[in-house]
Design a protein around this ligand. Sequence first.
Ligand code: IDP
Ligand code: MG
Length: 204
Amino acid sequence: MVMLQRCILKKCLQQFYLGNQETTKSLLSAGFTPARLGGHRAAGHRSKSSVPDVRERTLIAVKPDGVQRRLVGQIIQRFEQRGFKLVGLKMLQASDDLLSQHYCELRTKPFYPRLLHYMTSGPVVAMVWEGHKVVQTSRTMVGHTNPVEAQAGTIRGDFSFHVSRNVVHASDSPEGAQREIQLWFQRKELLNWDCCDQTMTCEV
Ligand code: IDP
Ligand code: MG
């Protein structure tokens, strides 16, 4: 009885194996690649991530008051410790032309002339950070536009008290981020690099 059971089991396994081989052969001949059949890892390629927006990028800028108050290091540290990857960084004196494009949606606001004056009053440190949902997460980290409304623990909630001196800029949507990054950075100024803790922070 036991012998008979073993025999049936062996036959079933053979059928299963051969069947799979046949199915694989016919899928390959139909144009499926081994990578698509077996997944990226099975084909010998390391998958960077199963999450498509892990390479999302955003523009963060320390405004002139943040630079004057020596807050650059603390602001960078918050993005580093959150696990985001710095892919671009520069200090610059922003021009009226750059800022009028950057803040084009605010042109008609009564505070616009004062905003330009503030943003050109000293150097700005512009950065591009990369990571999963970095746009949304960094908006949360930066806090409400008006520091009076900003929660303690956010950058604006911890370092500022007035909307006209709110220390930091963060893009408000992935589309806005793309537009702003192109405005502030040339392609060659952004680096694609692998961080050594990639599997912990990037390949989620
Ligand atoms: P955001 O920086 O949180 O995205 P926006 O509405 O895009 O806020 O405004 C851009 C910047 O314009 C603000 O960060 C702030 O510096 C300035 N701003 C916005 N509203 C006022 C205001 O009512 N008075 C003075 N400045 C303002
Ligand atoms: Mg904005």
